[in-house]
Each structure stands twice: as structure tokens, then as C-alpha cells.
Design a protein around this ligand. Structure first.
Ligand code: GRF
Length: 207
């Protein structure tokens, strides 16, 4: 399975995906990294691994449609079958979401449908979780549709919140779990073990 990773930041999930591929766990290839920022850590990782990295930002295009067309051309040229958003802070144009229907996934650092939506990223998520008094948080892999953090849930894993938890300590705990479940979810896609019916997603076990 050919994957495009979209990232805006440090790229630790991108690295976890590459590790899973190198270890023979994930039967896939990352054929292109797409980033909106020149200085994204993810671009460094791509360079070090000889993975084509393309920096592309909607601000350089006259319309969303022109941007979508460029993205679709890039995805086709790199024979992309699945898009994995990994800390990508921009909205994916609707045309791309439609064309890759049920073939775009995202990792979110909380247990959706709580603590998601516009503006809920980075530390804000962990601060909101702690302010709510919740006793668990976790990571969610979900399908991307046209609404932020609202697509069908593919996989989740919880972490316990301790009495002295801080946003930093919670972020670190959740990130460890993200690095486990994202490769696991992508492996299920690659092995065609994901079944989607409306909002319900089933993952069947490995043969
Ligand atoms: C992760 O916490 C992910 O859940 C969120 O953005 C962060 C990206 O981190 N969507 P990294 O760039 O993969 O290290």
C-alpha cells in the first residue's frame, strides 16, 4: 500500500510509521511526504530516508480548487492509495476528501468524539482534558471527512490520568500510545481488514 504522509510539525508519528515499515510490521511504502511548512521536522526525517518531500501551501494558489488539483496531481504521480495525516494542521480540500473517500486517516491525541474540532490541537487538547476532570484520555485514529475530527473512528487506546498529571506529562503518555496505534491501524488498512459502514468501522484480526 502506498501512503502519503501529510505533516506540519516535528514528525514523530511519521517516524513511527517509517519504523514500522522498516521492521517489516507494516506492509506499505511512504511514497511522498507533504508538508505546508518549510521547517517541519518531518521534512528532515524524509530527507534522511530519501523519501520525496513536497512543501505546498494553499496560500500560494489562487483558489482552493487550484490547490486541490495540485495535490491530486501529486498524489496520482506518487501512486498514493492512502493519506495519513500526522500532525497536519491544515484542512484537506473537500475535493481531495471526496476523491479519497474513506482513504484518509488522522491521529488525534484524545478520545474522540470528546476534545476534538477546530482549534483542538497540541497542548490545548491536553489542557482541556485535564480541566474537564476526566480520568482517562488516549489516542484516536479516525477517517477524515469534511468536518474536523468528526469522521468514523477506526481505533482508540486509552491512558489513565494520574492525580498529578500535567498537560506535558499527559501529552507524553498519549504520544507513546499514538506511536503504537497509528502503525497498527495502517497495517489493518494495508491488509484490507478495515470495514466501514456509515459511522461504524470494524477491524478484523490478522489471519
Ligand atoms: C500528535 O499529537 C497528533 O496526535 C496530532 O499532532 C501531533 C503530531 O505530532 N494530530 P508529531 O508531529 O507526529 O510528533
Amino acid at each position: 500500500m502506498n501512503i502519503a504522509v501529510f505533516a506540519s510539525g516535528r514528525g514523530s508519528n511519521f517516524q513511527a510509521i517509517l519504523n514500522a515499515i522498516q521492521q517489516g510490521y507494516l506492509p506499505a511504502r511512504v511514497t511522498v511526504l507533504i508538508t505546508n511548512k518549510a521547517d517541519a521536522g518531518a521534512s528532515e526525517i524524509a530527507r534522511a530516508q530519501n523519501i520525496p518531500a513536497v512543501q505546498i501551501s494553499q496560500t500560494k494558489f489562487s483558489s482552493e480548487d487550484a490547490f486541490a488539483q495540485e495535490l491530486l496531481d501529486l498524489l496520482r504521480n506518487h501512486q498514493v492509495e492512502l493519506i495519513a495525516l500526522a500532525g497536519y494542521l491544515k484542512r484537506v480540500p473537500s475535493r481531495v476528501v471526496r476523491q479519497y473517500h474513506n482513504h484518509i486517516v488522522n491521529i488525534h491525541p484524545a478520545l474522540l468524539p470528546a476534545f476534538g474540532g477546530p482549534g483542538m490541537y497540541g497542548h490545548r487538547v491536553h489542557e482541556a482534558v485535564l480541566e474537564s476532570g476526566a480520568k482517562v484520555s488516549g489516542a484516536t485514529v479516525h477517517i477524515v471527512d469534511e468536518e474536523y475530527d468528526r469522521g468514523p473512528i477506526v481505533m482508540q487506546q486509552a491512558v489513565a490520568i494520574s492525580n498529578d498529571e500535567t498537560p506535558d506529562s499527559l501529552a507524553a503518555k498519549v504520544l507513546t500510545v499514538e506511536h503504537e496505534i497509528y502503525p497498527r491501524a495502517l497495517k489493518a488498512f494495508a491488509e484490507k481488514r478495515i470495514h466501514i459502514e456509515g459511522r461504524k468501522v470494524w477491524v478484523t484480526s490478522s489471519p
